[in-house]
Design a protein around this ligand. Structure first.
Ligand code: HEC
Length: 158
């Protein structure tokens, strides 16, 4: 009798433990997928901002100091600096439809360094508040270069 009761209790305990473990795994992968989506949304916004600034830098759209500064400020808010790894935590190397390469984690120092340079260049551009096309181009060139430099090594080719 007592033996059977203990056995039932053990079974119940095991079931609860198993359920808890499964829930934990599910929660973790959901959080991982969320953070992948979040960092991709941050990157998408960079793309949107580039669609404003790129044509101006290329002379396809007229230079307007207010438009440029507003876009640079938006870019500044979007930049992650040395906290970029918060969006690339361990466990999000795969999953979702991430295009991050393993190098993000294998050489996170270099990855963080590019984002830090990128962010500093944007801050400098905001501080400079470009007054004409030449000033804007000088400030914008190094920023745009970091997009490609980072993607080359840290984002998979499609
Ligand atoms: C420090 C590195 C780094 C810098 C700087 C950087 N990116 Fe990215 N970008 C990435 C990585 C890594 C991914 C892939 C993220 C993923 O899929 O998890 C990515 C993805 C993207 C995507 C695809 C987003 C999607 O829809 O999934 C776009 C668009 C993008 N970046 C634009 C830009 C632009 C524009 C700039 C510069 C203004 C920029 N990025 C600067 C690392 C960087």
């Amino acid at each position: 009798m007592i033996g059977a009761e203990i056995e039932t209790r053990m079974e119940t305990f095991m079931r609860i433990a198993l359920l808890a473990a499964t829930t934990l795994v599910l929660t973790m992968s959901a959080a991982g997928a969320d953070i992948i989506e979040e960092r991709q949304a941050i990157m998408k916004e960079r793309g949107d901002i580039m669609r404003v600034l790129g044509p101006i830098a290329q002379g396809q759209q007229p230079f307007d100091a207010d438009t440029v500064l507003a876009a640079l400020e938006r870019m500044n808010e979007n930049a992650l600096g040395d906290s970029i790894m918060d969006y690339f935590p361990e466990g999000t190397e795969t999953g979702g439809d991430t295009r991050a390469t393993p190098a993000v984690w294998e050489d996170s120092e270099a990855f963080v360094e590019i984002e830090t340079t990128y962010s500093a260049n944007i801050q400098a551009a905001v501080d400079a508040a470009p007054g004409d096309l030449d000033e804007f181009r000088a400030a914008f060139g190094p920023i745009a270069a970091q997009c490609g430099a980072c993607h080359e090594r840290f984002r998979t080719q499609q």
